[in-house]
Design a protein around this ligand. Structure first.
Ligand SMILES: Nc1nc2c(ncn2[C@@H]2O[C@H](COP(=O)(O)OP(=O)(O)OP(=O)(O)O)[C@@H](O)[C@H]2O)c(=O)[nH]1
Ligand SMILES: [Mg+2]
Length: 252
């Protein structure tokens, strides 16, 4: 983690027996981040699960990192402030490296990913039902709220392109949890920001499972998805396709 400028960690709870560490990459998310953190801890507390949230902020101009520092008195938070906008994927990877939980995972800051399904995902991993749990919009019970047909079409078309690689329905999901061993010794280096897809293909998992949720569009802050995202996604698919060939990996 050479690129981390400042790592601060108050750790109100003990690192021991920490069941889950959830990384949230942030860039200018000051307005919505507390709602998401609060939803996560409400959901975990209700189920009696001990967890931490790891915020990885790229020195946001709106000072999200500073705001999160103040939230440490209320929640079990770690705040990593990096020197500049180094990107979503590397932020998530740095968050995984710093995580202390037996289960690790990633969620967005903008409330799109429903924290209510976290206990089901965590209990399934702990019970050995799966070692990679993926939040999914595209299995029964899941969906997207208020999306125009054009956006649904583009999303489903993007997913169709990845069908030869995996039978996971929601391969462009940004929401997953996994047993910490799944990424141990694995070099995650996605092109663009589909970090979950990278874990699906390269991770040391024996069984993945999708968990349905309703994806909600962000209400606060602005989208950071850039024009290059589509090209990056295509390049990433090609790179993973080659990786599978070189490592004799069958469709995951
Ligand atoms: N640390 C860090 N976080 C980022 C960066 N880019 C995006 N993020 C975070 O990554 C998450 C996903 O970004 P979004 O802008 O919500 O992207 P998206 O969900 O694909 O797009 P929308 O559907 O429009 O919200 C959010 O929590 C962002 O704050 C970055 O360069 N660095
Ligand atoms: Mg979003």
């Amino acid at each position: 983690m050479d690129n981390i400028k400042e790592t601060t960690n108050s750790k109100p709870t003990s690192e021991k027996n920490l069941e889950v560490s959830i990384t949230i990459p942030t860039y200018n998310e000051r307005d919505g981040i507390e709602d998401q953190i609060s939803c996560i801890f409400k959901s975990l507390d209700k189920a009696g699960i001990k967890g931490e949230v790891v915020i990885v902020d790229d020195n946001s101009p709106d000072r999200t990192w500073e705001f999160c520092e103040q939230l440490k008195s209320k929640y079990n938070l770690m705040v990593i402030r990096r020197p500049g906008k180094l990107g979503l994927a590397s932020a998530v990877i740095d968050g995984f490296k710093a995580s202390n939980g037996d289960i690790k995972g990633v969620m967005d800051a903008d409330g799109s990913h429903d924290a209510a399904i976290l206990p089901d995902m965590i209990r399934a991993i702990q019970a050995g039902e799966c070692d990679l749990a993926i939040g999914s919009r595209y299995i029964p019970g899941g969906g997207t709220k208020d999306w125009p047909w054009t956006r649904i079409f583009i999303s489903k078309f993007a997913i169709m392109l990845g069908r030869p690689l995996t039978s996971v329905r929601d391969i462009t999901s940004g929401f997953c949890l996994f047993k910490k061993e799944v990424t141990e010794g694995i070099k995650l280096d996605p092109i663009g920001w589909k970090i979950v897809l990278e874990i699906i293909i390269k991770g040391n998992h024996k069984k993945w499972k999708e968990f349905p949720y309703m994806f909600r569009d962000r209400e606060k802050g602005e989208s950071k998805i850039g024009k290059g995202a589509v090209i990056d996604y295509l390049k990433h698919l090609i790179k993973l396709w080659k990786y599978m060939g070189e490592n004799d990996i069958k469709r995951v």
